[in-house]
Write a protein that binds this ligand. Structure first.
Ligand SMILES: Cc1cc2nc3c(=O)[nH]c(=O)nc-3n(C[C@H](O)[C@H](O)[C@H](O)COP(=O)(O)OP(=O)(O)OC[C@H]3O[C@@H](n4cnc5c(N)ncnc54)[C@H](O)[C@@H]3O)c2cc1C
Length: 387
């Protein structure tokens, strides 16, 4: 298996970069200040087909692999934008593609590919269970031709910019299943039918300009034909999608990392203090060099995860490691970039503080760094389970 490289798919890189250049830093800065949604940017990416990269051609997408998809996400973040506004559209459809019925795929995928429907939301996290997903308390109880949903979710992103949402709910109580990972199911929620009819959405003001919400379910009715795959197998279906999600997030962090390094290198080569360029000081050079080394290592792991995934081989270890390394490297790069801009790092017009806030998220979501360490300890090193 040959490892994809930075220089592969230069045509994709160039095309995404050209599109992103038409949305300069001021555009993203203004959206951030207004706590708005980059509607025109997401529209342009959708119309150009980039967000449908991984949808097979038979359903109207481009049928590209994770490698190419990851380059698209990387370039968005490298340009100064933030894929967090739209990355859900790239990977949430994977659950439908892998586990949906032929009828469901025909119903939704072509319209997701064209952008007519946005499937940008996935509702897993709950306020009282945190990362311990098998303990979720949201239930879906079958009554005739409907499931009736009750419970609560938190941190559910992009609902207000989606038509569809994937929902994980417990269909068999925890004390009645053989294994705690069984008895949960996945549903496709049509948001315009659901909101106001058993589903209530409350935005959460947060550190980044990221539309995310609390969600309350009070007897929300979902037609049985919106169950995806087999009842009770939903947790496995969610896990199936995580390798792609983690690798794409790793690529976004890598895009951020390059943005920070380019930005700080340019700055320290121009800023003079004590009669010399600050970039002449090794105390300034070394943290930037260290971030660059870590970023390149993360990049190799990201491409390894992509290559394994695209070859249909197990990629869990590499996807987790890529996410860990990339989130850490982009954070180190962000810190160096902010530090060496001095006071100007805090000024909105330099964009550093915005990207700094954005990249910090990836230490916590969609999976926290500690939980990746735990995965590697238990699944790679075969250490005793801690929970
Ligand atoms: C902006 C944002 C957007 C999000 N979007 C979505 C979304 O669209 N859909 C969705 O379902 N969720 C979403 N999330 C939720 C996100 O996935 C979770 O916040 C994340 O997985 C961590 O879960 P938690 O917040 O419940 O933390 P907890 O599970 O409560 O953990 C808190 C801290 O304790 C540590 N910890 C917990 N258990 C252990 C352990 N055994 N060993 C060592 N350390 C441990 C963790 O590392 C973490 O730092 C989003 C979150 C944010 C902040």
């Amino acid at each position: 298996m040959s490892l994809p490289m930075d220089t592969d798919h230069q045509d994709i890189r160039d095309a995404v970069r050209a599109l992103c250049e038409t949305f300069p830093a001021e555009y993203h800065r203004k959206i951030d200040e207004a706590r708005g949604y980059p509607e025109e940017f997401v529209d342009a990416l959708t119309k150009a087909g980039w967000l449908a990269a991984m949808i097979p051609e038979e359903f109207g997408g481009s049928g590209l692999g994770l490698t190419e998809a990851s380059i698209i996400m990387e370039e968005i973040n490298r340009s100064g934008g933030n894929s967090g506004a739209c990355h859900g559209q790239m990977y949430n459809m994977g659950t439908l593609l892998r586990h949906g019925s032929e009828a469901q795929k025909a119903q939704y995928l072509p319209r997701i590919a064209s952008g007519e429907l946005r499937l940008q939301s996935m509702a897993v996290t709950e306020p009282t269970t945190g990362t311990d997903t098998t303990k979720i308390k949201t239930t879906a109880v079958r009554r005739g031709d409907r499931y009736v949903v009750n419970g609560q979710k938190v941190w559910i992103s992009r609902i207000q910019h989606s038509d569809l949402m994937i929902l994980l709910a417990r269909t068999t109580p925890l004390d009645q299943v053989k294994r705690k990972s069984l008895g949960m199911s996945i549903f496709m929620v049509e948001l315009k039918d659901a909101i106001g009819n058993g589903m209530e959405v409350k935005p959460i003001a947060n550190m980044v300009n990221h539309e995310t919400n609390e969600v309350f379910f009070d007897d929300l009715e979902i037609p049985v034909e919106n169950l995806i795959g087999e009842e009770g197998m939903g947790f496995r279906y969610i896990l199936d999608g995580l390798n792609a999600e983690r690798t794409l997030i790793a690529a976004e962090c890598i895009g951020d990392g390059y943005w920070f390094i380019d930005k700080v290198v340019d700055y320290v080569k121009e800023r003079e203090v004590f009669g010399r360029l600050i970039g002449q000081n090794q105390g300034v050079q070394f943290p930037i060099a260290e971030a660059k080394i870590e970023l390149e290592a993360a990049n190799l792991m990201r491409f390894r995860a992509c290559a394994l995934f695209d070859a249909g081989q197990p990629a869990g270890t590499e996807a987790n490691m890529a996410k860990y390394l990339a989130a850490k490297a982009s954070w180190e790069a962000a810190n160096a970039c902010l530090q060496f801009h001095g006071g100007f790092g805090f000024a909105h017009e330099y964009d550093v503080e915005r990207k700094f806030r954005e990249t910090r998220l990836y230490q916590v979501a969609p999976i926290s760094t500690n939980l990746i360490l735990s995965y590697v300890a238990e699944h790679v090193l075969d250490l005793p389970r801690s929970f």
